[in-house]
Write a protein that binds this ligand. Sequence first.
Ligand code: URA
Length: 204
Amino acid sequence: MDEREQKLAQIHEAVRQCHRCPLGQGRTHAVPGAGPVNATVMFIGEAPGFYEDQQGEPFVGASGKFLNQLLEKAGIDRNSVYITNVIKCRPPGNRDPRQEEIAACRPYLEEQIALINPQVIVTLGRFSMARAFPNEKISQVHGQPRKVEGRIYFPMYHPAAALHQPSLRRVVEEDFMHLKEMLSGALKPSEYTPPPDVEQLSLF
Ligand code: URA
């Protein structure tokens, strides 16, 4: 293991031991994230669901199966990307994450991003998108890559949204094709200046 792999393993272990918020009490497993430390693309989902909580791995349930199909169609090897979530423990009944849970978990996500230093961050769902684009609507920005201080953000609907709303399925599939085009250099991201509160958090 090289130094960066060790550091990532330490972050994962810290997540597994975490009790910064009450979700730590109800979990079967925390779900730190998965993928190589040298990944150039990082996917950030919302929160673990039932199967992720059971197995300690991200996106292994129904959303994960759909994500695998999308990745395959886009020619992206799941083993080459890093996948994590905004919060690392399952909220009861899969309810939405609360702001205090997001805040408690945020340092882990920031450390993961700083260490892995991906060129592209694909956000899955509105909670993930809100970190970089706090005042925007996913319905208006999905599928449109934007460059924010040297890193490209690619906002997408959450795969679960497409599973629950069949009309969104085509949209998500098309967005993945845009992602493929962008990764191949055919689609250029637009420049974007984040609102001041985001810059002050020095997230990037
Ligand atoms: N949904 C998410 O947002 N993340 C997972 O890991 C699984 C389902």
